[in-house]
Design a protein around this ligand. Structure first.
Ligand SMILES: Nc1nc2c(c(=O)[nH]1)N[C@H]1C(S)=C(S)[C@@H](COP(=O)(O)O)O[C@H]1N2
Ligand SMILES: [Mo]
Length: 253
């Protein structure tokens, strides 16, 4: 599926980028122009870089704008024996392993993540399936963990490995580039709406990467891997949905 098709499907969801994206789509609809200069993801990445500042903050909302119900989507409970045992003890033994292209591979307990400086943000989650919800997320910045582990110069992407298995046993995973990894609103969320994250929302810890669509926000994170190349990982396209359903790897909003 090309980005133009997906843009059309998304409709109002891209309102944040407003007229710039519309103008860009009009140019993109000229297939000749597109095929001469750009292809697929390259085109999308170029337009994103050219038209928006990737470090700009996603919109934050006021408490009274929070959705009364924040629905769950995708895996609502990994329901494996290991996960269920962890849930039964309140995730006291859960570890987030940080490894790959880092100087100091290490793992963090939930208590350690809670003791780091926390960021809270009220943002809108946009799912590609056509629903949105506004919620308050809280947790340490991903940058804090990556700095503790000492990211190598060779690292280009951060991969999130999740505890749930999808579509007949495939591990859910996702990846982002370093611009998103070090974005100020990119956090490992431990809390939603002033409560510890529930199982449905990815307990005990999930990614929030606020400039990206919902499927990039990996739930049930158990390993964070720094890599130079996404090709050797699972299906090679940087995420479960990218591998099995041709979703865009770069799902910027
Ligand atoms: N591990 C994991 N992460 C996941 C999913 C999933 O199925 N498994 N679904 C994704 C999708 S499509 C969306 S829209 C959001 C939903 O998050 P929520 O359940 O907290 O609303 O999680 C994303 N992260
Ligand atoms: Mo989604």
């Amino acid at each position: 599926m090309t980005i133009l098709t997906r843009r059309a499907l998304l409709g109002g969801l891209v309102a944040g980028a407003g007229g710039l994206v519309s103008g860009c789509d009009a140019l993109g609809q000229d297939e000749t122009f597109r095929s001469i200069l750009f292809k697929g993801a390259d085109w999308h990445q170029w337009t994103q870089r050219a038209l928006t500042d990737r470090n700009a903050l996603a919109r934050e909302f006021r408490p009274e704008q929070m959705s009364p119900v924040f629905r769950t989507n995708g895996t609502r409970n990994p329901n494996t024996p290991t996960y269920n045992a962890q849930a039964a003890t309140g995730f006291v033994d859960w570890r987030v392993q940080v490894d790959g292209l880092v100087a100091r591979p290490q793992s963090f307990s939930i208590a350690q993540l809670l003791s780091m400086p926390q960021r809270a943000q009220i943002t809108r989650h946009d799912c590609v399936e056509g629903w949105s919800a506004i919620g308050k997320w809280q947790g340490p910045r991903l940058a804090t963990l990556l700095d503790a582990a000492g990211l190598s110069d060779r690292a280009r992407y951060i991969v999130f490995h999740c505890a749930d298995r999808y579509a007949g046993g495939r591990p859910y995973y996702e990846s982002i580039d370093l611009v998103d990894a070090f974005h100020p609103q990119t956090i490992l969320a431990l809390g939603l709406n002033d409560q510890r994250l529930g199982v449905g929302h990815g307990a005990p810890v999930r990614l929030r990467v606020e400039r990206q669509l919902g499927y990039k926000h990996a739930k049930y994170v158990e390993r964070i891997e720094a890599v130079a190349d996404l090709a050797p990982i699972h299906g090679g396209k940087g995420g479960l949905w990218e591998d099995i359903a041709d979703y865009e790897w770069y799902a910027g909003i």
